[in-house]
Design a binder for this molecule. Sequence first.
Ligand code: ZN
Length: 340
Amino acid sequence: MSEMADRYHALNAEVFPWFLPQWQRVLSLFDQNRLPHALLLNGAPGIGKARLAESIAGYVMCHQPVDSKACGHCRSCELLASSGHPDLYYLQPDEAGKAIKVDQVRELTEFMQNTAQQGGYRVVVLEPAEAMNISAANALLKTLEEPGKDTLLILITHQLGQVLPTIKSRCQRLDCAIPSSEQSVPWLMAQLSIEEAEASRLLSVVHGAPLTGLAFKSSGQQALRADLLSSLRDMLRGRKTPIEAAEQFVKTDVEIVLSLVLGVLSDVARMKATDELECIRNGDMEKMIKGVAKNTTPDKIFILMDAIQEELLGLKRRHNPNKQLLLERIFLDWLSLIQP
Ligand SMILES: [Zn+2]
């Protein structure tokens, strides 16, 4: 629950500018009494879907919304701000990356059977929807069909393709695209007090996801990126072995490491295809990217990219991977990109 408490501190913050169309849509449905029982917020990670869900929750629970916003002063808003609203239920896996268990869904069902304590809407935020296995999803179906009056379930998914069809078909989908750079660059500049060039560079590293960019900068992940890039280079130069590099990163966030390698490989592929410097994202590693592109084949690049995507999915499903071996494999393949 602590994560939830952290999140709800920002409850009355503005809706992200790139989500204004989605926000307006929900508001107009609500104002016309046409809000569905269940919404499925669909989009890439790191673009602020959870915050959008919170804003929606805050709005429908507020007793006297003003100017298309929660008032911030009523009992409901106060409870939300102190992260203790009895009519808001937040459901996520016990541990990040794990499944949502059927028992957790049953607890939710019990919550749904109670009447709203504050006399308004009850809201459930469930994230991520793809973390429900078949039995958890089945346990949720009845609730999704008949959640009761003045109840809203907001499901969030980062991987729509992995959400069970029975769940999808019972929710109204709200697609959340990655914001355009016209929207995300100024926002990130303001958040981090950085120049336009730095904000653009940061966003391209995180595939345009502004909140990931924010976290990246704030949590020292830029240092991880710098370490990784220099290790990738050291391996190519024979100054570090894949085993040593794996040892170096095994205790870090392996998902981020893999995403970073993937980013470099995308650059290598682009460089190979177009030979244009402007198209690469890791502009500070231009020399290395050029060198690898020159000495490898498209086949090798795409096979390695596929392998990394597979490993990333495996990590999300948590098969208790041996991270040392996993990294060794990827780094060995990285090295063999330039070997005949
Ligand atoms: Zn209010």
